[in-house]
Design a protein around this ligand. Sequence first.
Ligand SMILES: Nc1ncnc2c1ncn2[C@@H]1O[C@H](COP(=O)(O)OP(=O)(O)OP(=O)(O)O)[C@@H](O)[C@H]1O
Ligand SMILES: [Mg+2]
Length: 349
Amino acid sequence: MAFFRKASEVFGLDIGSSAVKALQLREAGGSYRLAALGIAPLPPDAIADGTIKDPPTVVEAIRTAVAKAGIKETDSAIAICGRELIIKKVQIPEVPAKEVHDVVQLEAEHHIPFAIDEVFLDYHTVGQHDGQLDLILVAVKKSKVLEYAAVVEEAGLVPTIVDVDSFALGNQFELNFPEEQGEAVALIDIGASIMKTNVVRGGSTIFARDIPFGGNNYTQAIAQQLKIPFEQAEAAKLGRDVGVRWEAVVPALEAVSRELSLEVQRTFDYFASTAESERIGKIVLAGGCSQLPGLNDYLSSNWGIPVELARPFERIEVDPAYAEEVNAAGPALAVAVGLALRRPGDKGK
Ligand SMILES: Nc1ncnc2c1ncn2[C@@H]1O[C@H](COP(=O)(O)OP(=O)(O)OP(=O)(O)O)[C@@H](O)[C@H]1O
Ligand SMILES: [Mg+2]
């Protein structure tokens, strides 16, 4: 613990495929206040298939978001998501604490589809029984971390903490809803291109999975069905007046929502195969796509469990000057809030 030194602070830098969000929180006496917020949009092809295709454009968006926020500090917390990230629950025999690291290294080789020297490995303990330790193993391709770190550094910042989108989502949920200690809750962030799922119980992740599905699937379906450009389809999806009637958009939205529900089903089936008789009590949706009208009701009626929208600022004081932006972006800021809560040297998740 740094008793003598104020722990250095980092701000959250969420590099999403549709926008960069820079968000800073200040803590005083255990409560948080939103201190800075800046969002800069990205064109759809700058980050695609989880890869930074156009680094200069991403660097520029990072600079813009940080400048809009008025953030002067350079230490940031960023996050990785997608295919090059493997999160798995594994069991190892109970061994003395100092040996866990080595046992995890050996065990990881069986679970990771990449060469072990190509990944950064991390883990946290989630349970202990019958001489076994349950761990959540996290492995991410080094090249993916370096790819994201490079654009951050190019923008004149330091990627002090590299986290995982779904864990940041969990971190945010724990701050805002600490009383949720009972049933497992499925946190699902649906961004523009990747859906991140994090099943938490009692403040710990018990399952996490990312799949390539998001708001762009809706936009592409609209564009195809109505034979209009992506940009116009995107605006129509957001309910803007671009010469497309809402009723014309609805069939495409419904078709994609059915697909999305199937993807959630697959994820839950997979979860059920890894966790013994664990019931998911509710779903909390985050990410911009969660604001699609009716999506939460649709999923709720499909699943027979409550589906709520994330409220990332439930326990964060928001100055009226930010109220409009925070209201508009809402659940899309969940990951940025989770990242902004991180401090160097904290345990992370
Ligand atoms: N009101 C709304 N209705 C429907 N969709 C919305 C709305 N607001 C935002 N979206 C969609 O949400 C997506 C952007 O969400 P978000 O900012 O969470 O994504 P991201 O973090 O950039 O992407 P990812 O995390 O997948 O890389 C876009 O597809 C956008 O069209
Ligand atoms: Mg995102």
